[in-house]
Design a protein around this ligand. Structure first.
Ligand code: IVH
Length: 676
C-alpha cells in the first residue's frame, strides 16, 4: 500500500468512526435494552464496516465489532461460559444476497447438486441457551458476548413453555437454544401498567423481553408472560437428528414450542416464495419477526461448512424491509437529552404502519433535516423497521408557503446557548449546571468520587433531592442544611433518614467547603474536561478568578492536550450566563484553593525527558511515572534524539533498541533507583 493513499486514509478514518458508533449502539442495545437506532440502520453500519474491512483487512483491529458478538455483561448476574459459543448470523437483504449464499455453500462443498435449505422465521426477541443434564434443566444463559453470558436460570424457570424435564430419549447433555419473546398483547399491557406506575416504557417487545429477562428478582420475570421458541442446539453428548428439520421435530416432541410454518427448498425461488408468504402472515403473528433464517438442512454438511469469525457459513438471516407510510408532519419538537444533546422529533398525523400507530418519528439531527429539506406541514415518508422509533426517510411534498426549518440555537428547556462543534452532528445545550434536562446527571458528577466526593450523597440521594426540589443547582448542596432547618418536613423525618444519617450527611458536606482547584474544575462537568485537563487548567491558571478572567480560545489551544474542540467547550461553558451565576453562587459557599504545584525534588532527572519501557520489578509503571514526575522529569512515550534517559525494565523491546541506535543513555531498574 502506498504511504499516502487517500482512499485508504479515508477508509481508516471512517472505520474508526464506525467502530466507535457501533460500540455505542451495541452498548445501548445489549446492556441497556434501549437502542437509539433501528435494526436496519444498525445493519447498514455493520455492512459498511464489513465492506471496509474486506477491502482493507489490515484495518481489522481487535476492538472492531466484527471481532465480537453481542453485548457486554451487565453487572449483577453471575456469568456462564457457553460450552459452544453462541454466534450471530450474517445478513441477506435481497434476492441476490440469498442466491449468493446458496452459491457460496455449493462452492465450499465443491458440489453442483442442489443443497436442501431449511427456512424458518427469525424471531425478534432475546436469545437464550438452556442446558439440560441428565434430562433436567440445570442452567440458562443469555448470549452475552457470545462466549460468556449471564446466568438467568431462575428467570427462565418461570416461563410456562420451557420444559424443566426432558423425556428419556434426550441425551445426557443437551443445550437447547432459542429466542425468548414477549407476545404483542402482553407488551401493550406491560407498557400500559408501566406508564401508570411511572416505570420504564419499552420501545418494542424485544427490548421488553430482554429487560424482563435481566431482572434480579425472578418474580418480576414471572409476571411478564415471556415465551420461548427453540430453534437450535449447543453442546450435545449424542446426536439427536440428521437434519435441521429433524432437530425441530425433536424439540417439538420434547415439549418446546417451535416457530411455524417452516419450509425446505433447494433453490432461491422456493426460499423467496416462503419469505413472501411469511411476510403476509407477519401482521397476524402474536410475536415479532424481523426476517427469515435459511439454514443448510443436512447437519453433516453444516459441520463441514463450519464458521467464519462470528457467524456460521451454513446459515444466513434474510431481513424484512422496513415498512413505510406517508403522513403529515405537524411540528418539529426538540428534546434535550441527559448529555445536553438537542434531538429533533417529528410530531406526525397518527398513521398505522404494520399494525402499529405511529405519531412521532426521529429526525436525527439538524443536518439531516436540512439535507432532506424537511419542513413543518410537509407530506413525509415514514419508515418503521419493526423496532425502535420510526424515522422520516424523505419529504414528498412541501406545504404551500412553507419555510426551511430553523434549528434552535437556544436550549428549549433552560434557554442557555446551544452550540455545535466542528465535526459534530449534534447541537448541545451549554447550561449543563442548571438545565433541568441534564441536572441530575450533572449533580451526580459534581458529588462523585473524583470531584467533590461527598460521602453519603450517591446517585439515589441526588435523584431524590432533585425530585423533591431540594437541590436544583450545585450551590444548593451547600445551603441544604440551612433550608432544612426551616423546613416543615426536615430530612430526618423523611423515609430512609434519621438523626444520625442526616448529621453524617451535614458533616460530609461541611468537610467539602474547601476544595482544590483542579477537583473543582473537574466537578463542573464541562464537556471533554476530564481529570487530566482539569489539572492542566488548574496548573496554567492557578486560581478560579484567573481562569474566569483570562481564559481565551487562543491561549487554551496552546496548552498541551487541549485542542480546538476542548477549547471551544471550555469557552462556551465560561461564557454562558447561567453558568456564570452558578459559579458565583458556589463561590459564596466555598473556598477554592489555588493550585499548588507538586513539590519537585532536585535530582538527576530534573528537567530531563525520560522514557519508561519494559516491566519494572519493584514498582508498577504508574508509580515509576509518579516518582519521576515528583523528581521534575518529563515523561514521554517515545524515544527520540531529545530523550535524555530510557529506563529499561525486563522484556524491553523496540524502545530499548531505538535508544541504543540513537545512543541515548539507558538505565537499568537498579541504576534508576540509585539515582532517585
Ligand atoms: S439459528 C449460529 N434460527 O437471530 C446461530 N437464529 O441475528 C444459529 N434468531 O443469534 C441461529 N430466530 O439469536 C436461528 N429461527 C432462528 C432464529 C435465530 C432468531 C436469532 C439468533 C441469532 C440472531 C442473529
Amino acid at each position: 500500500m502506498e504511504l499516502f493513499d487517500t482512499d485508504y486514509e479515508d477508509a481508516r478514518a471512517r472505520h474508526k468512526k464506525l467502530v466507535r458508533e457501533i460500540h455505542h449502539h451495541d452498548r445501548l442495545y445489549h446492556t441497556e435494552d434501549a437502542p437509539e437506532i433501528s435494526d436496519a440502520d444498525y445493519d447498514q453500519l455493520r455492512k459498511e464496516l464489513d465492506e471496509i474491512e474486506a477491502k482493507y483487512p489490515d484495518l481489522i483491529s481487535s476492538d472492531s465489532p466484527s471481532q465480537k458478538v453481542g453485548g457486554a455483561i451487565k453487572d449483577g448476574f453471575s456469568k456462564i461460559t457457553h460450552a459452544v459459543p453462541m454466534l450471530s448470523l450474517g445478513n441477506a437483504f435481497n434476492v441476490d444476497d440469498v442466491q449468493d449464499f446458496i452459491e457460496r455453500v455449493q462452492r465450499f462443498l465443491n458440489t453442483s447438486t442442489p443443497v436442501e435449505i431449511f427456512a424458518e422465521q427469525k424471531i425478534d426477541g432475546s436469545s437464550c441457551s438452556l442446558r439440560y443434564e441428565n434430562r433436567k434443566l440445570v442452567s440458562a444463559a443469555t448470549r452475552g458476548d457470545g462466549t460468556v453470558g449471564e446466568d438467568i436460570t431462575a428467570n427462565m424457570k418461570t416461563l410456562d413453555n420451557v420444559p424443566h424435564i426432558l423425556p428419556s430419549d434426550a441425551p445426557d447433555t443437551v443445550e437447547v437454544r432459542g429466542e425468548v419473546y414477549m407476545p404483542g398483547k402482553s407488551f401493550e399491557a406491560l407498557n400500559k401498567s408501566q406508564a401508570e406506575k411511572g416505570g420504564k416504557i419499552f420501545a418494542n417487545p424485544r427490548n421488553a423481553a430482554a429487560g424482563s429477562l435481566r431482572q434480579l428478582d425472578s418474580s418480576i420475570t414471572a409476571a411478564r408472560n415471556l415465551k420461548f421458541f427453540g430453534y437450535a442446539l449447543g453442546d450435545l453428548s449424542a446426536p439427536i437428528a440428521d437434519t435441521q428439520m429433524g432437530i425441530r421435530d425433536k424439540l417439538s416432541n420434547w415439549g418446546f414450542d417451535v416457530p411455524s410454518p417452516v419450509h425446505v427448498a433447494t433453490d432461491v425461488k422456493g426460499l423467496i416464495n416462503y419469505y413472501e408468504e411469511v411476510m403476509k402472515l407477519r401482521p397476524d403473528l402474536e410475536y415479532d419477526i424481523d426476517g427469515i433464517v435459511y439454514k443448510v438442512n443436512d447437519l453433516s454438511l453444516q459441520n463441514r461448512l463450519g464458521f467464519v469469525s462470528r457467524a456460521p457459513r451454513w446459515a444466513i438471516a434474510h431481513k424484512f424491509p422496513a415498512e413505510q407510510a406517508i403522513t403529515t408532519l405537524h411540528a418539529i419538537s426538540i428534546q434535550v437529552g441527559r448529555t445536553g444533546a438537542l434531538t429533533p422529533v417529528a410530531e406526525l398525523e397518527p398513521i398505522t404502519i404494520g399494525g402499529v400507530v405511529v405519531s412521532r418519528a426521529t429526525l436525527h439531527n439538524e443536518d439531516e433535516i436540512a439535507r432532506k429539506d424537511i419542513r413543518v406541514g410537509d407530506k413525509v415518508k415514514i419508515e418503521r423497521a419493526g423496532d425502535v422509533i420510526p424515522k422520516i426517510t424523505e419529504s414528498i411534498d412541501h406545504a404551500a408557503g412553507s419555510k426551511p426549518f430553523e434549528f434552535p440555537t437556544q436550549c428549549p428547556v433552560c434557554g442557555s446557548d446551544a452550540i455545535r462543534e466542528e465535526d459534530e452532528a449534534v447541537r448541545r445545550c451549554t447550561g449543563g449546571l442548571i438545565c433541568d434536562a441534564q441536572a441530575v446527571e450533572r449533580l451526580k458528577h459534581f458529588v462523585s468520587k473524583n470531584a467533590f466526593d461527598i460521602e453519603g450523597m450517591g446517585d439515589k440521594v441526588i435523584k431524590q433531592f432533585w425530585e423533591e426540589g431540594l437541590i436544583k443547582s450545585p450551590a444548593d448542596i451547600f445551603t441544604l442544611r440551612d433550608h432544612d432547618r426551616n423546613s416543615l418536613t426536615p430530612l430526618r423525618l423523611k423515609e430512609g433518614w434519621g438523626d444520625q444519617s442526616v448529621q453524617k450527611l451535614w458533616d460530609a458536606i461541611e468537610a467539602k467547603r474547601e476544595i482544590a482547584l483542579d477537583r473543582f474544575i473537574y466537578a463542573l462537568g464541562i464537556r471533554q474536561v476530564g481529570q487530566a485537563t482539569a489539572k492542566r487548567l488548574a496548573s496554567v491558571y492557578g486560581s478560579l478568578q484567573n481562569l474566569r478572567a483570562k481564559a481565551n480560545y487562543d491561549d487554551l489551544i496552546e496548552i498541551e492536550d487541549i485542542g480546538p474542540a476542548v477549547a471551544t467547550d471550555i469557552m462556551a461553558f465560561l461564557n454562558e450566563d447561567h453558568n456564570k451565576n452558578v459559579l458565583d453562587a458556589l463561590l459564596n459557599q466555598l473556598t477554592i484553593l489555588d493550585y499548588v504545584a507538586p513539590q519537585t525534588t532536585e535530582s538527576a532527572f530534573t528537567g530531563k525527558t525520560v522514557v519508561l519501557t519494559g516491566t519494572l520489578s519493584s514498582m508498577g509503571r504508574a508509580e515509576a511515572k509518579a516518582k519521576l514526575e515528583t523528581l521534575g522529569a518529563k515523561i514521554s512515550g517515545s524515544v527520540s534524539s531529545k530523550t535524555d534517559y530510557v529506563i529499561a525494565g525486563a522484556d524491553a523491546g523496540s524502545k530499548l533498541k531505538k535508544a541504543q541506535d540513537l545512543s541515548v543513555t539507558v538505565l537499568s531498574e537498579d541504576e534508576f533507583i540509585e539515582k532517585t
